[in-house]
Design a protein around this ligand. Sequence first.
Ligand SMILES: [Zn+2]
Length: 320
Amino acid sequence: MTKTSNNHVLAADVGGTNTRMAVVSENGDILTLVKKSTHCKEGRDEMIRFIVSCAGETIEESKLPKETICGMGIGFPGPLNAETGTIFNPPNLDGWDSVPLRAILEKELRVPVAIENDANAAALGEWWKGAGSGTSSLFCITLGTGVGGGIIINGKVWHGASSIAGEIGHTTVIRDGIECTCGNVGCLERYACSGAILKRVNDALLEEGSNSSVKPLTNLKQVDQMAMQDNEIVLNVIKETGAILGIAIANIANLLNPEMVVLFGGVINLGEHLFEPLKEEVKRRAFKKATESLRIELSQLGDNSGTLGAAKNILSKLQD
Ligand SMILES: [Zn+2]
């Protein structure tokens, strides 16, 4: 791919629920941002039509001539092959069995397209313009409805031999732990994603009998509120979650020795109740040499990290 003129790119963070699409400058400035609910109920073709129409709308809203948009980067739910831009049956999306999304969109939009999995895109965004700016290596952990991860080494996403690298959410933290949707047991995701924390809090409250007369908690905000009121049962679950995350991060520290771990997603709103035990556990378990140089930071870009990472991905490819 070659660059043609002074340019902007389209960048999108496409999820099963929401889509953010932006026109981004070469320097990483978001010029126009469009947020929409993803249309995907009727399957793959509807979702592809949605992405194409959203692209047209975003360019129109930017008021830039179409010719100045020299490519499009997309963060998309994995598993996918970032090199070929082929999508392989992401959970929660129907009809995406080996879909050559990159080729389809290049034909529709007539610009080069680069696709990266959403967790890797978020990692790339934080490395380029967020918490990790200036580092050469980082590991970004997404703690939301699932637990994902992305590895940046020397400013590039590390994909591994078959695009699985970074899947920290499905590494084992408890040998005979809770069954996971991936087929394994005791995966980090079963303890540290928002739904898992909520379930563990509700189970613990029920067991103690203190929640038998009230409805189960339905979101992490309520969990946080109870923690703020010093509810010991809730605090213990959050503390345990922090410690389990700490085990995973200590493993990352010893294995990859990155400069930074960036934490991202709704779960980080649990704040110090989560981070204190997390940091203690990392310190306790990892080599001193690995932790001395390790910074554990929160995402700076929030919901824009995936979009900016998608932009950086296509910009890098255009410069190759
Ligand atoms: Zn799993």
